[in-house]
Design a protein around this ligand. Structure first.
Ligand SMILES: [Zn+2]
Length: 189
């Protein structure tokens, strides 16, 4: 039996519409990663390693955060931890189901654990981290089937922009340290 061309066209249209019904488009991921980058730039303004994060539910940002480890003098002030706390407060629930978290840098073991504990089902990452990456670079806490909950992970969204920001921060810091070393005279001259 040959398929009626009109029916075939109609079916193709329905399939395409279904595909477009996916609420998470690449365009959305880029849009919200730019918001996370704006948070990372706030960290930079505080002289912190520029890492930023936003949490989105139904197209609305319900939590924002940026790295404030030195400012707050606590290792708990990672971007994701602040954003999770704020999102919890915004919706009055410890569960962040139906949310997507956007992070400019692959989360560390603490934050990846917090993401799973908060039941966030979708994680969008900018740059990978070979220092503390716990979404696959060193360990993969987010997609470990042995845990009761896992998250879907999307990697490499605005990767170059996210990693350039961090590279620039450390380059400037090394240059400042060199400058300080060359201008330091122990005899006071
Ligand atoms: Zn962290």
């Amino acid at each position: 039996m040959t398929c009626n061309p009109a029916l075939k066209l109609c079916l193709t249209f329905v399939i395409l519409m279904t595909m477009n019904a996916d609420p998470h488009t690449e365009k959305d991921d880029i849009f919200y990663m730019k918001k996370a980058l704006a948070q990372a730039r706030l960290a930079l303004r505080h002289g912190e390693v520029p890492i930023g994060c936003v949490i989105v539910r139904d197209g609305e940002i319900i939590g924002r955060g940026y790295n404030r480890r030195n400012t707050d003098r606590t290792s708990l002030s990672h971007a994701e931890m602040t954003a999770i706390r704020r999102a919890n407060k915004a919706i009055g629930d410890w569960r962040l189901e139906d949310c997507t978290i956007y992070i400019t840098l692959e989360p560390c073991q603490m934050c990846a654990g917090a993401i799973i504990q908060a039941r966030i089902p979708r994680v969008v990452i900018g740059a990978a981290s070979d220092k503390s990456g716990s979404a696959g670079s060193i360990v993969n806490i987010l997609e470990n089937p042995d845990f009761m909950h896992q998250a879907e992970v999307i990697r490499g969204v605005l990767e170059e922009e996210c990693s350039a920001l961090i590279r620039g921060f450390f380059r400037d810091m090394r240059a400042a340290n060199r400058q300080q070393a060359t201008t330091f005279h122990p005899d006071g001259s």
